[in-house]
Design a protein around this ligand. Structure first.
Ligand SMILES: Cc1cc2nc3c(=O)[nH]c(=O)nc-3n(C[C@H](O)[C@H](O)[C@H](O)COP(=O)(O)OP(=O)(O)OC[C@H]3O[C@@H](n4cnc5c(N)ncnc54)[C@H](O)[C@@H]3O)c2cc1C
Length: 449
């Protein structure tokens, strides 16, 4: 059997000629997928037993269930419950290879990718790289605020909050004490709303038991949103209800409030006022995760411009799916919403078309089936938008839990999550209040998205 080593790619920054990826040559065309997120894993699953060699790259060796990251950040779930090893998901799949590596550059002319472990040729390349935190060019905020796009970052938030509470016990200065215990969340989308609701539960039921010396009436939780309403991507009803619930939980929601700067202590707002806090969580937006090498015309608004088949504009054998892809139309000038269902359905469609190609059958255009959207605000409180109507409250909360358990990957993770939720519900406790890996500023690996 012949093994493919690095090929001679011009301009590759590093010489990887001594590294072999040990991916054997195959009689079948090779499909390289970059990203083991929601879109990427659907493609690998759907290509099982198809006449393709499938190679998946991801910088992590696990898939992250991002919708529950906020529960890791707020000590509700352990990280293992929302992450699944990619090798386990595809155990036993024939002619499939996973390599843990960062894909750094694409050489479309040579049909080759350059990665941190060498170069590899493809017949088809599928970019499923998701998105990264968007700081809208504000460098100071990027340096000082905390993102929440991946498991290590959610653990950073958990550690930092607990470390701040430990440090607050030692403080003699009122201003410093407040800056340690107050929390600011920027962005009133589902992530910000869910995080704010969970923080208010921590304040109400959990932290007072651990830190009886603190006065929790002094702990402020702010949710700052630049637009006029919460959950802008959902119905008016969902936006109003989530605002009502958060206010009931004592979260200080400030609408029409843009953050101008944050130096690690002072959050300066658009109206000139300031909030002092050492913990600012940035959930104000994301942008596509792009890889160098494609023509500038292939990118629009920070995402790859794709046609109705998810083919990247200007390329016949390169596809993009999910958050990183923008499929524009008159009724969606910025492409589909950056949500898991879009990535899953696009991934399935691309795989289906690759299978149709084998039988020389015509390809199917992508058509999004909107199953609705939802967000939870806390105990017994959630909002759910179905395509034709909207609900809020306890029933919506049960639907939210059921759907998240259903889509969580792996039976073990479903059971572990269910047990944690039942435990938290009946004991008003959150079992994972551990500073296992203390937060330190400027950990570059953890901030790589
Ligand atoms: C906190 C949070 C909460 C969310 N809540 C919801 C929700 O409730 N409902 C919902 O529908 N959606 C939610 N989303 C959005 C949803 O998670 C995304 O839309 C979805 O993950 C997109 O899937 P994807 O396959 O495009 O990318 P992802 O799932 O992000 O996967 C991308 C993968 O690519 C890998 N990668 C990126 N670049 C490289 C590279 N150069 N080399 C190697 N690997 C690379 C990454 O490590 C990652 O594993 C949430 C997102 C966040 C951050």
């Amino acid at each position: 059997m012949e093994f493919q080593t690095s090929s001679n790619i011009p301009n590759a920054k590093t010489d990887h000629s001594k590294i072999s990826m040990h991916i054997p040559d195959s009689s079948h065309p090779r499909v390289i997928i970059v990203g083991g997120g929601f879109g990427g894993i659907e493609i690998v699953k759907a290509l099982k037993n198809a006449p393709y060699q499938v190679v998946l790259f991801d910088r992590h060796n696990y898939h992250t269930f991002q919708p529950l990251l906020y529960q890791v950040a707020t000590a509700g779930l352990e990280p293992d419950s929302i992450a699944s090893p990619l090798r386990r998901i595809f155990k036993g799949q024939k002619d499939f290879y996973f390599r843990m590596a960062d894909v750094i550059k694409i050489f479309p002319e040579e049909k080759c990718i350059h990665t941190t472990i060498g170069n590899l040729k493809y017949d088809y390349l599928i970019l499923a790289t998701g998105s990264k935190t968007n700081y809208y060019g504000m460098k100071e905020i990027q340096e000082n605020a905390m993102p929440m796009k991946q498991v290590p970052q959610a653990l950073n938030i958990r550690s930092k909050i607990l470390q701040n509470y430990e440090n607050a016990l030692l403080s003699n200065d009122e201003l410093e004490l407040n800056s340690l215990i107050d929390i600011v969340i920027v962005g009133g989308g589902p992530t910000g709303v869910e995080l704010a609701g969970a923080m208010s539960e921590l304040r109400r039921s959990v932290l007072p038991k651990d830190f009886p010396e603190h006065d929790f009436s002094k702990m402020d939780i702010y949710l700052l949103e630049a637009g006029p309403r919460l959950l802008a991507g959902m119905s008016d009803h969902a936006g109003k209800k989530s605002l009502e619930y958060l206010q009931k939980f004592g979260v200080q929601v400030k609408l029409n409030t843009a953050v101008k700067s944050y130096d690690g202590l002072k959050v300066k707002l658009g109206d000139g006022s300031e909030i002092v806090s050492q913990t600012v969580i940035w959930a104000a937006g994301v942008t596509g995760n792009l890889i160098e090498g494609l023509k500038p015309e292939a990118v629009k608004g920070g995402r790859y411009l794709v046609d109705d088949y998810n083919k990247v504009m200007g390329y016949d054998n390169i596809f993009a799916v999910g958050d990183t892809a923008a499929m524009l139309a008159a009724d969606r000038p910025r492409g589909h919403a950056m949500v898991a269902q879009v990535a899953i359905q696009q991934g399935k469609n691309v795989a289906k078309n690759l299978k149709l190609k084998v039988h020389k059958k015509p390809w199917k255009k992508f058509s999004y089936y909107d199953k609705g959207s939802m967000a939870t605000v806390g105990r017994n409180k959630a909002v759910v938008d179905f395509p034709k109507f909207s609900i809020a409250g306890m029933f919506a909360w049960f639907i939210w839990m059921f759907v998240h358990l259903l889509f969580l990957i792996g039976f073990r993770n479903k059971i572990a999550t269910l047990i944690n939720w039942v435990w938290n519900y009946f004991t008003f406790d959150r079992a994972n209040r551990l500073i296992i890996r203390p937060w330190r500023k400027n950990n570059t690996y953890e901030n790589k998205e």
